[in-house]
Ligand binder design. Structure first.
Ligand SMILES: *Cc1c(COP(=O)(O)O)cnc(C)c1O
Length: 221
């Protein structure tokens, strides 16, 4: 019933909020069903997962990279993804810029914010986001289109609210800078458990897996 779940969720979201289906561990037929239900954005955490399903999914969608990206994977990632939501260092962005330049293309990226300032989590510390965006605005083959955050995991989504709010504040600050190669358009935050709170705090892109596809079998993420 993936198709129906996707349809229901899309109808439930306020206008202006985009849905990305977080497709880790799902096979091509499940992803196709979600697209048939109206999903236009598919998120993958690993290059190999995307390579496995990408050719089998014949329905049209935009593919977003949402996992931790290693620099040695960049070359292949830019070939099959339409946006990279998880850029968290100048070095990584520089690598993306380099390969995009060779292909004469511009990659839309989001900066991943470690809004909970958790040691083990990917992402840029809140205080470092604006300086990083300023540095990245000098690169012509990446285009900064907003911010992404996971936030700490809580049982009660209310506990996520301060982290979403903090990320939204940085988003507005970055927007006000009005920098070249920066168009602060997307604020990607909120997952199955927390998307309602995230939307209340300004998310306009939500990344949802479980609520569309059901529970993952091996929840290693
Ligand atoms: C898995 C994942 C999601 C979605 O998680 P659910 O709780 O299944 O909705 C969102 N964002 C990222 C980066 C993920 O890895």
């Amino acid at each position: 019933m993936i198709k129906e779940k996707a349809e229901r969720l899309i109808n439930e979201l306020p206008k202006g909020v985009k849905l990305l289906a977080a497709a880790k561990e799902r096979d091509a037929s499940e992803i196709s069903e979600a697209i048939k239900g109206g999903v236009t954005l598919i998120g993958e955490n690993y290059l190999n997962d995307a390579l496995r399903v990408r050719n089998e999914v014949t329905e049209k969608a935009e593919w977003h990279f949402i996992g931790h990206l290693q620099r040695n994977k960049v070359k292949r990632v830019i070939d099959i993804f339409d946006m990279i939501e998880s850029v968290d260092s100048f070095r990584l962005a520089k690598e993306i810029d380099k390969w995009c330049q060779k292909q004469d293309k511009v990659m839309p990226i989001l900066i991943e914010v470690n809004s909970g300032e958790e040691d083990q989590k990917a992402g840029v510390a809140p205080k470092d986001v604006i300086p990083l965006i300023k540095d990245l605005s000098t690169l012509n083959n990446v285009k900064i289109m907003g911010l992404m955050t996971m936030g700490p995991r809580f049982g009660d989504p209310e506990d996520s609210r301060p982290y979403f709010r903090k990320t939204k504040q940085i988003f507005e600050q970055a927007k006000d800078l009005d920098l070249p190669n920066v168009e602060m358009k997307y604020l990607s935050m909120g997952m199955t458990n927390s998307y309602k709170v995230a939307i209340e705090e300004g998310a306009n892109l939500v990344r949802i897996g479980t609520k569309i596809f059901g529970k993952r079998e091996r929840d290693k993420y």
